[in-house]
Design a protein around this ligand. Structure first.
Ligand code: HEC
Ligand code: HEC
Ligand code: HEC
Ligand code: HEC
Ligand code: HEC
Length: 219
């Protein structure tokens, strides 16, 4: 068998393998678990975006600073929560009620603790007085909501630099008490916006091709 011939066979079998996989995958209902529109799981701490990002107007980037400089937006460490929750131990409603009660009963105001905020302390192995308990620190096990399969490349930084807003992909997070995935994160969803951006950006034909190129999003 000539060298050239065996090279061709190798090439052809590789193509069959690739095409076969492509056909099998695109005909099955292949979907990564959790990568679903409408997914809205309960989280280990009842953290509300409506309260923090909406009412209190804390900027998204304050907690998800990764979104500006890396692929991952990231979930904030408990130390970020402690910037405020060192002092804020309960909601102002509960604190006001205790103040009124103390006034009526002519006694000293007792500190008020929210069970949900105490979960932050216990993750950091701290007691109510913020002294170390000696327990092992254990990170909060937040449930990841948005999930792309491993074969897809995505970067928050690239979109942030291009001026795409968080809300264009995640919806009105600042109105959500509990986060819900609003997009299906399918390939069609990515391409729909990339086509639109490519048209708006048609003065840069190189970019247009890049945004729709398989290898832009696939390793
Ligand atoms: C005070 C900190 C804080 C702020 C401010 C904040 N977030 Fe979050 N974010 C969190 C925490 C903690 C979680 C994980 C728990 C949850 O899902 O609610 C989270 C989860 C998320 C998720 C889901 C992540 C996943 O698992 O897929 C998205 C999307 C998100 N935030 C977007 C935003 C946007 C957009 C803003 C601004 C409008 C914002 N966040 C403001 C702390 C914050
Ligand atoms: C172009 C669409 C898009 C934009 C814009 C976008 N995100 Fe995301 N976000 C995604 C996708 C897709 C994922 C899932 C990524 C994965 O599984 O690798 C995700 C995941 C996340 C997560 C989960 C943790 C992580 O890093 O994977 C958080 C938190 C988050 N986004 C916050 C934000 C914030 C805050 C902004 C604005 C600063 C933002 N996103 C802008 C599409 C977007
Ligand atoms: C910029 C300051 C700030 C940061 C940062 C912050 N919080 Fe808060 N948080 C508050 C304030 C203020 C309240 C009380 C609002 C009110 O009066 O109802 C609150 C309320 C809460 C509550 C509701 C308590 C209850 O029982 O009603 C939870 C739970 C909570 N925060 C968790 C977190 C977590 C988890 C983080 C970190 C991911 C975090 N917070 C980061 C300021 C902050
Ligand atoms: C709401 C619009 C929108 C959505 C949805 C969106 N993108 Fe993008 N994406 C953009 C824009 C705009 C750019 C930057 C274009 C430019 O720089 O000319 C970009 C750039 C990128 C780049 C960087 C290209 C480079 O090398 O500079 C990658 C990778 C990418 N997107 C992947 C994805 C994936 C994967 C998804 C779906 C999970 C997605 N995008 C969804 C608008 C979007
Ligand atoms: C803008 C980003 C983007 C581009 C460009 C892109 N893809 Fe995808 N692709 C994705 C995402 C995101 C998924 C995962 C979809 C899911 O999990 O539902 C995916 C999934 C796939 C799958 C798995 C089957 C499936 O439907 O889940 C194959 C095969 C695939 N892409 C091939 C291609 C080919 C071939 C091209 C070039 C013609 C291409 N992709 C261009 C984002 C992209």
């Amino acid at each position: 068998m000539s060298k050239l011939f065996s090279k061709q066979i190798k090439y052809i079998s590789l193509m069959i393998l690739v095409l076969g996989t492509f056909i099998i995958i695109s005909n099955s209902n292949y979907h990564i678990p959790g990568n679903q529109e409408g997914y809205q799981p309960d989280q280990p701490i009842k953290f509300s975006h409506q309260l923090h990002a909406g009412d209190l107007q804390v900027s998204c980037i304050y907690c998800h600073y990764g979104a500006e400089k890396s692929r991952h937006a990231g979930i904030p460490a408990m130390s970020i929560c402690m910037n405020c929750h060192k002092y804020v131990t309960a909601s102002s409603d509960k604190v006001n009620l205790e103040e009124l009660a103390a006034k009526e009963e002519k006694r000293k105001i007792k500190p008020v603790y929210s069970p949900e905020i105490l979960k932050i302390y216990s993750a950091l192995a701290l007691d109510k007085q913020l002294k170390e308990t000696g327990d092992v620190k254990k990170p909060v096990e937040w449930i990841k909501i948005h999930n792309l399969p491993d074969h897809v490349f995505f970067s928050h930084k690239a979109h942030n630099l291009a001026g795409v807003n968080c809300g264009d992909c995640h919806g009105q997070i600042e109105t959500m008490d509990k986060i819900k995935q609003v997009a299906d994160l399918s390939m069609g969803w990515c391409l729909k916006c990339h086509r639109k951006s490519a048209v708006e950006n048609s003065s840069a034909p190189g970019r247009t091709k890049l945004l729709l190129n398989c290898s832009t999003c696939h390793y």
